[in-house]
Design a protein around this ligand. Structure first.
Ligand SMILES: Nc1nc2c(ncn2[C@@H]2O[C@H](COP(=O)(O)OP(=O)(O)O)[C@@H](O)[C@H]2O)c(=O)[nH]1
Ligand SMILES: [Mg+2]
Length: 216
């Protein structure tokens, strides 16, 4: 019985995710669903990305958190349209919340919508939002074994960002093990190794993203 209820929830979510897709297609906008644990560097990564595309691609940001509006305020401070969704306890965003946010944002001329999902390595991977691209971040302090423990997000993501590589000398992080494990689960995944602190590796991601957005 419980399984039927869950399937109903996923089906209903998927219908609205398709509506989001239609809404964005009508405007020629590309949408990224960014997922990671709390503290992996999602907001820092968004700030670096906004800096990298500045003057070329017009962005808007949807911030998902259980509570508070710290992150959307950080984005708005640099003059980018941002809207905060508070899930009030839920560990992931759902398509209907993104739909509400899209309808509240001024999408005039916007080419790229970035969603910062709620910090969690499990639930966000289960809910489609109508995105073009699923991007996940793993920060090195979390450990190279995480794909073995949280396989869904690693196998569902189109892009894996390995962040905080500046901290590698202080950890036992095994990059070769990580890459090998992830590629076995997800052969087509794009992997970028970066530091949002120092900026190392960010340019390769920005170039790749710009091509994807322009090709869409
Ligand atoms: N050393 C280091 N710290 C980082 C890096 N990226 C983010 N941080 C720090 O990690 C913490 C969490 O970052 P934040 O972007 O808020 O993560 P979020 O919770 O995933 O949005 C902050 O103190 C950031 O300054 C990085 O590449 N290297
Ligand atoms: Mg954040």
């Amino acid at each position: 019985m419980e399984i039927e209820v869950l399937e109903g929830v996923f089906d209903a979510n998927e219908i609205i995710a398709k509506e989001n897709r239609t809404l964005l297609d009508g405007r020629g906008a590309f949408m990224v669903n960014l997922m990671a644990s709390p503290g992996a560097g999602k907001t820092s990564f968004i700030m670096r990305t906004l800096e990298g595309i500045s003057g070329e691609i017009k962005p808007a940001v949807i911030e998902g958190d259980i509570a508070g509006k710290v992150d959307s305020e950080r984005i708005a401070e640099i003059g980018v349209a941002a809207i905060q969704i508070n899930t009030g306890g839920s560990c992931h965003l759902e398509a209907r919340q993104v739909n509400t946010a899209l309808n509240h944002l001024d999408l005039d001329g916007v080419q790229l919508v970035i969603i910062e999902n709620v910090g969690n390595l499990v639930c966000p991977a289960e809910f489609k939002l109508g995105e073009d691209l699923k991007v996940m971040i793993l920060s090195v302090a979390e450990g190279h074994d995480k794909p073995l423990k949280y396989p869904l997000m690693f196998s569902e993501s189109d892009v894996l960002i390995v962040n905080k590589i500046d901290l590698i000398p202080h950890t036992d992080f095994d990059m070769a093990f990580l890459e090998d494990t992830v590629r076995k689960m997800n052969p087509s995944v794009e992997i970028f190794k970066i530091s949002c602190r120092t900026g190392v590796g960010v340019d390769a991601w920005i170039d790749w993203l710009k091509n994807r957005v322009k090709a869409s």
